[in-house]
Write a protein that binds this ligand. Structure first.
Ligand code: NAG
Ligand code: NAG
Length: 704
């Protein structure tokens, strides 16, 4: 009886549940079934476009490209409809055979023409080289709807929810279903950030409301929610978070800014990230980056070798439409592990990287369950193909396997770094598990390689580029660009490619130079190795020696950069009161000897250095950076004044000897196959000990 009752009861619940979901599913059903609308006609045009923004496809039923676009347009319309409603932007069509007069009035010259319209008329054409794909079209619509310049036409509303103390605490307790970006305001009753808030001593608050409105819409595409908290109401919470200045309502003499924090879901610790107060600016992109990148780096997505290969092969340009626009260059740090041997302690490190990663622009964290040494090798081989395809009558160059071994010795798990457009990747030179679990050590290494392939030189970052790891990156080559010259922009990917080729050619010479030095020192240093062997030095000693040496083995490196004279002063007069007599021209190349403070604008025969021949540029670079290896004589230089100090010579010598020693070790190890066995043995030994004590110690190490 009671069983029957129970099942009856259950049935009732199920029925109730079903009827609820039926009621619910109806409107959803009708929503998804909404018909793909007919093209807008001439007579409806004004009325339709007065409602928000429209991306319009002007087509003719007879043109073949239009027919090809039709199904894509329909799918785009369907996919984007919901988001479009929120952003007040619609994908629409106009049939130019049916509405010929309208298309004449709108000066439609070819089919299909895709154009953005607002209530006041045409705003812009879809970029001529923009891809007519679902992704491309949606990206365009999203970007335009959220462009502050179009905001008045789109009338979008803030998606930020007002949160109470309890709401926020439950987010901190890991109860949120999505990441939340939360802003904190010195106000009492701001329901919506669309409303004019009453702010005292907060000049930035009103402009920040506008940014918050756009951001709240933008972040939805990244599955990040937004909320806001009134600190005059949630005083205890705001004080707990250290936002004391947002709490007082009396007029302070000090200006205050709203604060922003991100809470990650599904975690109860290490889930709160506060945006640094001193970085606050009325700039949407910095908050977007903060939220998107923190969430990404917390998720640590897997990445495939194919994706990484595409990253290495990306071609950069100065066009805004390209996928690989030079301003979007990314750096990809990949945690590479063996699923058979990895232990939780190895993975723990990743969590401690989220915060320091935030400081380095465009740095993204991924993981992969295999070694990437082979991929690194493919990259190097590709670099040699590029060098030899552009040999300009120079002899064929080959990869030296010993140099490759030297650049890729590591232990698992480890980290790899890939930069957009760079065939050369970097491997974390770690020889013990404690190192791969030490956030400081890893960050020190990542920072060293954290610049994009092409750094943009600006008056404000010049000094820091000159000081950037001068002991490792001794030279910077800079191409002068003019992004307002359409011809130059058109050719930009070719120009950047040539700069990259010159860089690869230089890199080959640099690696050869290292190896040559090694061979010379080899005899001497063999003794030391013999000594270690005779002395039965424990393997840990050898690895310890390596550990000390590694960060210094790869010096005399080159940085590639560009300077846009349409954005900044073409005389670079901000540089020591102007060191160039003539203004720079687009296509000029300037070479900076960072450590020596020398600037080169002309070659030895007095001609302005340019990008035409990568081989010639490489020879000039060598004459500046490694004159003993150069065919050309070092040109005259302009003194920039000493920007940073060189390592003093004793330290330098010690380092050099240490370098040779390390290289000898590597060569001997790589000559015999014992290296492989040795590494395996060492790894096994490490994992064994890790499970006992080292794990805990290692963990403690990076928590400090
Ligand atoms: C879309 O924008 C128009 C004006 O351009 C405005 O009248 C309308 O209310 C907006 N719709 C929504 C849903 O915000
Ligand atoms: C950049 O190019 C544009 C278009 O060719 C030209 O008008 C302008 O003067 C150039 N800027 C400089 C600083 O040379």
């Amino acid at each position: 009886m009671s069983r029957l009752l129970n099942s009856n009861f259950l049935l009732q619940i199920i029925i109730a549940f079903l009827s609820i979901s039926l009621v619910r599913s109806n409107p959803i059903e009708s929503f998804t079934n909404e018909e793909f609308p007919e093209p807008i006609t001439g007579s409806d045009f004004k009325k339709e476009t007065s409602k928000g923004l429209h991306v319009i496809d002007f087509f003719s039923p007879y043109c073949s490209h239009c027919k090809k676009l039709e199904p894509i347009w329909k799918e785009t319309w369907e996919t984007f409809r919901e988001e479009g409603d929120r952003l007040n932007i619609t994908f629409s069509r106009i049939d130019c055979v049916e509405s010929g007069d309208l298309c004449n009035e709108e000066s439609i010259e070819y089919y299909p023409t895709i154009r953005l319209y607002g209530p006041d008329g045409a705003i812009k054409n879809y970029p001529p080289d923009g891809k007519r794909t679902l992704e491309g079209l949606i990206k365009f619509a999203r970007k335009e709807a959220l462009d502050p310049a179009n905001l008045e036409s789109s009338h979008i509303k803030s998606q930020s929810e007002m949160l109470t103390d309890t709401d926020f605490i439950s987010l901190l307790a890991g109860k949120g279903s999505k990441p939340y970006l939360v802003s904190f305001w010195p106000t009492e009753n701001m329901e919506s950030t669309d409303n004019q808030g009453e702010f005292v001593d907060c000049a930035q608050c009103t402009p920040f409301q506008r940014i918050w409105r756009i951001l709240s819409n933008k972040l939805i595409a990244n599955k990040i929610n937004t909320g806001h908290i009134n600190c005059l109401k949630s005083t205890v919470l705001c004080e707990e978070l250290g936002f004391n200045d947002l709490v007082g309502s009396e007029i302070n003499s000090r200006e205050r800014n709203p604060r922003v924090a991100l809470v990650l879901p599904g975690k109860i610790s290490n889930n709160l990230f506060v945006f640094p107060e001193n970085k606050f600016d009325i700039d949407l992109s910095i908050f977007e980056d903060f939220a998107v990148r923190t969430v990404h780096n917390n998720n640590i997505p897997d990445i495939s070798t194919l994706e990484l290969l595409n990253i290495m092969k990306k071609e950069m340009d100065f066009k805004e439409t390209g996928e690989s626009h030079v301003e979007d260059q990314k750096i990809h740090a990949v945690f590479s592990y063996d699923p058979e041997t990895v232990v939780p302690e190895d993975m723990d490190i990743l969590e401690y990287l989220i915060e320091p990663f935030q400081e380095i622009p465009n740095l993204y964290l991924y993981k992969v369950d295999k070694s990437l040494i082979d991929l690194t090798k493919i990259g190097y081989e590709d670099m040699y193909t590029i060098i030899n395809d552009n040999n300009e009558d120079e002899s064929t160059k080959e990869m030296n396997p010993n140099v490759f071994a030297l650049n890729t010795i590591t232990q698992f798990p480890t980290f790899f770094l890939f930069r957009d457009g760079d065939r050369i990747s970097h491997v974390f030179p770690g020889y013990s598990s404690t190192e791969v679990r030490n956030a400081d050590t890893i960050m020190r290494w990542i920072r060293t390689f954290s610049k994009p392939l092409y750094s943009e030189v600006t008056p404000s970052n010049f000094q820091s580029l000159m000081e950037f790891h001068t002991d490792i990156f001794s030279t910077m080559v800079m191409i002068v660009t003019n992004s307002s010259d359409s011809k130059f922009v058109e050719d930009s990917s070719k120009i950047l490619k040539k700069l990259n080729i010159a860089g690869y050619k230089y890199e080959h010479e640099r690696m050869e130079k290292m190896f040559k030095d090694l061979s010379q020192e080899r005899e001497d240093k063999n003794d030391y190795l013999q000594f270690l062997r005779d002395d039965d030095a424990p393997s840990s000693t050898i690895f310890q020696a390596m550990r000390l040496i590694v960060p210094h083995i790869n010096n005399l490196r080159l940085m590639l950069s560009f300077y846009d004279i349409s954005k900044f002063d073409e005389n670079m007069s901000w540089l020591n009161g102007g060191i160039f007599k003539e203004p720079l021209n687009e296509g000029d190349v300037i070479v900076f000897d960072k450590a020596g403070g020398r600037v080169f604008k002309f070659d030895a025969s007095g001609n302005a250095i340019d990008i035409d021949s990568p081989s010639n540029l490489k020879n000039i670079l060598l004459s500046v950076a490694i004159p003993e290896e150069a065919e050309l004589e070092t040109p005259e230089y302009i003194a920039m004044g000493r920007i940073s100090t060189k390592l003093n010579s004793t330290v330098n010598n010690i380092l050099r000897n240490a370098v040779y020693l390390f290289i000898v070790l590597v060569c001997i190890l790589s000559l015999s196959r014992s290296k492989l066995f040795y590494r395996k043995y060492k790894t096994m030994k490490n994992y064994k000990s890790k499970r006992n004590t080292v794990g805990l110690l290692g963990k403690k190490d990076f928590q400090d």
